[in-house]
Design a protein around this ligand. Structure first.
Ligand code: OXD
Ligand code: MN
Length: 595
């Protein structure tokens, strides 16, 4: 939408939603503090002990509103085919008339906040401006942490187009009615994207990616579709910098599905002396080729919205240090000392806490202390290992791309693609056991190509083609090398074979050597495996049997895997690139020949 249209659009939405008040956000600290104060009075926020965690709050959502709602997420392109087989679709005109009914009067008794924001550094040509109109002060405060929000954006808007987003918790208040701590619509939720007109409409949820429209809605679903048209990539990837003891540095990006450890890898604290990881981003990467033929990435976000359970001083000390102040914690437990707790935070649980449901909790309780998808929201600059170039308007040059998922079987610890198009096959072949990040069954294996299944704003078959084309047209020698990793393989007793976390540095080191010094691995039908003696395993507490198992190549299982992939790819019909089919046939042939 053009900047001249800002006022008209806001007027239109105000007359549709009928809020009692309209507030234009300037993004100041005073405004943030005032909103937090109001939310404390309302019961939405509980201040934590300022001695322990200054300027931090706990929020408890409605139990009917705790995660992204993929079943209620729509891509409304003109043609159903352009949304593709992995997205929910409805005709845009039909959806608009549905939304107009839902949004009519939906903000009665509430304030509509006008939230101007920028995804990406203000001075970057990669960046995109959006305006979120929302009746949720929780969303406003979260957007202030997660994006560049407020006054400077009004300046940018004088010359820039913007993506309009309308968000309502879907719970109007009749005159004099008392509000609840977490308003939402327990029955009706719609997270809707119109990629052709670049519009977002979100109704009924106040939680995470449903409600912070800059994140999944703009930076992935809308941006992926814009990126296809403009020749760049909008990806569900962390970005990290890796420095060796000699001071040489590379950057890499990694795509794993939600709640598979992107934040932990992005902030990894190395167990190998002299090796250092620094964080550019933990969830989203926008990447484009520079004039020099290299791929450059920015993190469009300004904060971390991370999964709390399992985060601790031993699993991710840098995340814990990032959380020391100015945070919003949603659906974690409250200790008797006025601080936060979640499963895995400390070895010894507290004797008593109030859990995410507001119930008394002890270690004997059947209920969880924290919801499995409970989250922290904190400014990225609080991360002690934030990369010096994290706000570089030109982005950082990417030397390696990692794909991975949560696979207890079959997928090896690490393997390298033969080339770009084989790498695209590796990305397309990501399967992962589902997590609590999305409403639905947890722990069942599903295809999640490029970790973008819930986030691709157009036909996933065309997305594969876009990835193939973008690499084909470049100098092959300058393309990032592509790897597949899996930290989640288990033994027969269901125990993880690999220690993970800080020890993952050993694999990053191998990738570094591969990129910098062309150290080649062992060729297998599915890619290059590391020569065991090129992996740094010094002082690694793992027995040789487990290590063998992590790289065990199960021929039968891989043939089955390929057959299953062939079946899966059929859903894309004629939108499946023939090149990808060829890559799959070649893999099958290599497997047959090696048996
Ligand atoms: C997220 C997600 O919140 O992927 O980042 O669900
Ligand atoms: Mn994510």
């Amino acid at each position: 939408m053009h900047h001249e249209q800002v006022d008209d659009w806001i007027k239109e939405v105000v007359s549709l939603c009928q809020p009692d008040h309209v507030h234009y956000c300037n993004g100041s600290l005073e405004e943030y503090n005032l909103l937090c104060k109001q939310m404390v009075l309302q019961g939405t926020m509980i201040p934590l002990d300022p001695q322990k965690r200054p300027n931090s709050f706990l929020c408890r959502s409605d139990p009917a509103d705790t995660a992204r709602v993929e079943e209620r997420t729509f891509i409304c392109s003109q043609k159903e085919k352009d949304a593709g087989p992995t997205n929910h679709w409805l005709d845009p005109t039909e959806m608009k008339s549905k939304l107009l009914k839902l949004f009519s009067g939906c903000m009665k008794g509430r304030t509509l906040y006008v939230v101007p924001f920028c995804m990406g550094p203000l001075d970057s040509s990669f960046s995109k401006v959006g305006i979120q109109l929302t009746d949720s002060p929780y969303a406003v405060c979260s957007m202030r942490i997660m994006t560049r929000m407020g006054q400077p954006i009004w300046e940018l808007l004088k010359t820039r187009d913007f993506v309009p987003g309308i968000h309502s918790v879907g719970m109007p208040l009749s005159a004099g009615a008392k509000d609840v701590a977490w308003p939402c619509n327990a029955k009706d939720k719609y997270i809707v994207h119109f990629p052709e007109t670049q519009e977002i409409w979100s109704y009924g949820s106040g939680y995470g990616g449903n409600a912070l429209l800059g994140k999944k809605c703009l930076s992935l679903r809308i941006a992926s579709s814009v990126a296809r048209d403009e020749g760049w990539l909008a990806e569900h990837m962390l970005i990290l910098g890796l420095t060796n003891p000699e001071g040489e540095k590379i950057y890499m990006a990694a795509a794993f599905p939600s709640a598979c450890g992107k934040t932990n890898l992005a902030m990894l604290q190395s167990t190998l002396p002299g090796w250092k990881v620094e964080t550019v981003g933990d969830d989203i990467a926008w990447m484009r080729f520079g004039k020099d033929g290299r791929l450059y990435a920015i993190n469009p976000e300004a904060g971390f919205f991370g999964v709390a359970p399992g985060t601790s001083l031993s699993s991710n000390p840098n995340a814990m240090l990032s959380l020391s102040k100015n945070g919003i914690f949603t659906n974690v437990a409250l200790t008797d000392q006025g601080d936060i707790w979640w499963e895995g935070l400390t070895k010894e649980p507290p004797n008593h806490a109030i859990n995410w449901l507001g119930h008394n909790w002890t270690p004997q309780s059947k209920e969880k202390a924290a919801h499995p998808n409970s989250r922290f929201t904190v400014p990225a600059q609080q991360c002690p290992v934030i990369d010096p170039a994290w706000e570089d308007p030109n982005g950082v040059p990417i030397s390696a791309i990692l794909f991975g998922g949560r696979r207890s079987q079959v997928a090896p610890l690490i393997c390298e693609a033969f080339n770009w198009s084989h790498g695209v096959l590796l990305g397309a072949s990501i399967s992962s056991e589902t997590t609590a990040a999305s409403v639905g069954k947890v722990g069942h294996l599903r295809h999640d190509p490029f970790a973008m299944l819930p986030f691709c704003g157009y036909n996933m078959g065309d997305y594969f083609q876009h990835w193939l084309s973008i690499g084909e047209n470049q100098n092959q020698a300058l393309l990032p090398k592509i790897f597949y990793v899996n930290w989640f393989r288990k033994d027969k007793n269901g125990h993880f074979l690999w220690p993970g976390f800080g020890e993952n540095i050993r694999l990053l080191k191998w990738i570094f050597e591969r990129v910098k010094h062309a150290q080649v691995g062992v060729k297998t039908p599915i890619g290059f495996f590391p020569h065991i003696d090129t992996l740094d395993l010094k002082n690694l507490p793992i027995d040789i049997q487990n290590l063998k198992e992590l790289f065990r190549f199960d021929h039968e299982a891989w043939l089955k895997e390929v057959e299953e992939m062939e079946e899966y790819f059929k859903i894309f019909g004629e939108n499946l690139p023939s090149k990808l089919n060829q890559e799959l046939s070649s893999l099958k042939k290599r497997l047959m020949l090696s048996s």
